[in-house]
Design a protein around this ligand. Structure first.
Ligand SMILES: [Zn+2]
Length: 498
């Protein structure tokens, strides 16, 4: 059965000429291409710039418009590699241009297209950047209930690859720029919208390219992007994570050497055996605990809402000998426990073995690649020193790839703005600062001293398990939660920029 929202969306798209007669008659839904929503008449936005302007808007129309944009964006297949973000970026550019904005297009490589659009303010304060990436990870259609690039609307969700990671933020950011342009608002800050390529494979042609080559176009005081903003209900509260820190990355290769020999004669000192022993030690040893402000903030915020014994845990958590015990006992949710543990330790995780070719030959060299992540405040040297103390002697360590950690203050005023706006729309909301183990565009933008906060607000129903949808099958965004996100982001932009 068609949901109410689906009918509304389709009617909207059909009225705008978005769905052709043939497509509407066609039994295969995926052939429909959602067209650009119509630009609303200018008279609708001729309100003066004053507080409360946003609450007077016709949000229903804005939501329909945003749904059409998001669905169209999902339909651009921007799986990276190869990415091919160009058509999606040009689509956004058209939407901006027809309303008098001047989007700029920068390509990090052919078809790897980045869009930058600035809504000029008075310049009294430095700019705010809203960032989203246009590329997505691959999707195996066989595992999906709705085809990953059809952008179906069903059961109260918009389905599709990129609906949470992160074409929804691209759409919400676009809507903010359009809304404030239509309203004729002149903020104290410029509002910069960036929709970039290539985040999923490190940002070389996207955020890194812009940072290295067009810093003057994107430099801002604050940036809102991923990862965070997804509401998670626990203990009668809804925790909206805000990414304030990212661990650094240090991928390295371990090499063990030994004598080559015939496989019929065992050698307990062979390269392969020695490497295996080191890998075992690495895999079974927890590297030392390092307390930090983000972990402390998170634990305190999380446990403030807890009854007495659990509240005590926030103190005991930072006792190195009790930490593991407390983590396992205090967090009824394994997700939180894992997240907190990762925020307190550097990690080194062996991922790829390379040794030997023939069953009857002992190899003289054995190698393993290790995915290492280290905390803000640590260095690659201090991290490798910890690793080497676990490995033991006779192993060579070669760094393959590295990225510095990032961190902004979890008590930055913007956190209060986020909490305030969230609570306006969800009285149970708590803004929860987190550190993530993965890397995002934050690593690149923070080289410009931009304070990056991962906050792309979406409200979920209690039963939604969005963690499994990130890069997984059946990625989908609740339509109501998307509407919530648009309003929260718009009000947050207004608050930060006014
Ligand atoms: Zn992402």
């Amino acid at each position: 059965m068609k949901s109410r929202l689906e009918s509304v969306s389709e009617r909207h798209a059909a009225e705008s000429g978005g769905i052709s007669q043939e497509a509407r008659a066609s039994p295969t839904r995926r052939k429909k291409t959602i067209a650009a929503p119509p630009a609303p008449p200018a008279t609708r936005y001729n309100m003066v710039n004053n507080p409360g302007t946003l609450s007077q808007l016709q949000w229903g129309e804005i939501f329909s418009e945003a749904e059409a944009v998001l669905r169209r964006l999902i339909q651009f297949q921007t799986v990276n590699p190869p990415g091919n973000e160009r058509p999606a970026a040009h689509y956004l550019a058209e939407l901006l241009k027809r309303e008098g904005l001047e989007p700029e297009i920068y390509e990090g490589a052919p078809t790897r297209t980045n869009l930058v659009c600035r809504l000029k303010g008075t310049g009294e304060r430095p700019p705010l950047q809203l960032d989203g990436h246009l590329d997505v990870v691959c999707a195996d259609e066989a595992e999906w209930t709705h085809p990953p690039f059809a952008a179906d609307v069903a059961d109260g969700y918009i389905w599709g690859r990129g609906s949470l990671d992160m074409k929804q933020m691209v759409t919400m950011s676009l809507m903010c720029v359009l809304l404030f342009k239509r309203l004729g608002v002149r903020f104290k800050r410029d509002l910069i919208f960036t929709a970039v390529a290539d985040e999923e494979t490190g940002g070389t042609h996207g955020a890194k390219y812009l940072t290295d080559n067009h810093a003057d176009r994107i430099k801002a005081e604050y940036c809102l992007g991923e990862i965070g903003g997804f509401g998670l209900s626990k203990w009668g509260k809804t925790f909206y994570t805000v990414q304030v820190a990212e661990k650094g990355l240090c991928w390295f290769e371990l090499t063990a050497r030994g004598n080559a020999g015939h496989g019929s004669i065992p050698d307990p000192e062979s390269s392969l055996i020695r490497l295996s022993e080191a890998v075992l030690r690495l895999g079974r040893t927890k590297l030392p605990q390092h307390d930090n402000t983000v972990a402390e903030h998170l634990a305190r915020t999380l446990l403030a809402s807890q009854p007495f014994p659990s509240r005590l845990a926030s103190v005991l958590l930072f006792h190195p000998r009790l930490s593991s015990f407390v983590l396992n006992r205090m967090a009824p949710d394994k997700h939180f426990a894992t997240m907190l543990s990762a925020m307190l330790h550097n990690t080194a995780n062996p991922t790829a073995f390379h040794a030997g070719e023939k069953t009857n030959v002992i190899p003289s060299i054995a190698k393993v690649q290790v995915d290492g992540r280290f905390l803000p405040g640590q260095t690659i040297e201090s991290f490798l020193a910890e690793v080497k103390s676990v490995l033991g002697p006779h192993l060579e360590v070669n760094v393959l790839n590295k990225l510095q950690p990032t961190m902004v203050s979890p008590s930055d005023p913007i956190m209060h703005s986020i909490a305030r706006v969230l609570q306006r729309h969800d009285p149970s909301a708590v803004a929860l600062p987190i550190m993530i183990s993965a890397t995002t565009n934050a690593a690149h933008y923070s080289r410009l001293n931009t304070k990056y906060f991962g906050f792309s607000p979406v409200k979920f129903d209690n039963g939604d398990n969005f963690q499994t949808m990130f890069h997984g099958a059946n990625e989908r965004i609740p339509v109501e939660g998307f509407h919530f996100g648009i309003r929260v982001l718009a009000e947050l932009v207004e608050e930060i920029c006014s």
